[in-house]
Ligand binder design. Structure first.
Ligand code: TYD
Length: 130
């Protein structure tokens, strides 16, 4: 199931601090880290599913929506705090949209990049889930 994950936050007058530990906060082994930035207004990213890859997405800066479809229903997570993350299991359709100015999406992934892991056809995805 997709889930909102609350990461630790150390509040401090000098500025706040959050962190991610693989064993404690991520339900998979991290094989890759990538980030999405400089997204022009109105653009979206993603709109695909992964056969095997699981991900954790964090809005390190700014805000955006993570829109997920599990084959039956849609879930929308609005990320606007850097101490929250969305866990996305494999075989969930995902789209990132409504990026604010200067937003920065950090993505932890359970696999190395492989184009064959992508499902980019929504109808094919729905049939695969049926
Ligand atoms: P893609 O995952 O399709 O972008 P998004 O889903 O965020 O819209 O990736 C865009 C391009 O970047 C594509 O040509 C593959 C490449 N890419 C890598 O080389 N390595 C990576 O880890 C990722 C995520 C993408």
């Amino acid at each position: 199931m997709p889930a909102l994950i609350h990461l630790p936050k150390i509040l401090d007058d000098r500025g706040n601090l959050s962190f991610i530990e693989e064993q404690n906060h991520v339900p998979f082994t991290i094989k890759r880290v990538y980030w999405i930035y400089d997204v022009p207004g109105g653009e979206f990213r993603g709109s695909h599913a992964f056969r095997e890859t699981e991900e954790l997405i964090v809005a390190l800066s700014g805000s955006f929506d993570v829109v997920l479809h599990d084959g039956t229903q849609e879930h929308r997570f609005h990320l606007n705090r850097s101490y929250n993350g969305v866990y996305i299991p494999k075989m969930v359709w995902r789209k990132l949209e409504n990026f604010s100015t200067n937003s920065l999406a950090l993505i932890l992934a359970s696999t190395e990049y492989e184009e064959q892991d992508y499902i980019r056809d929504f109808d094919y995805f729905l049939k695969s889930k049926a």
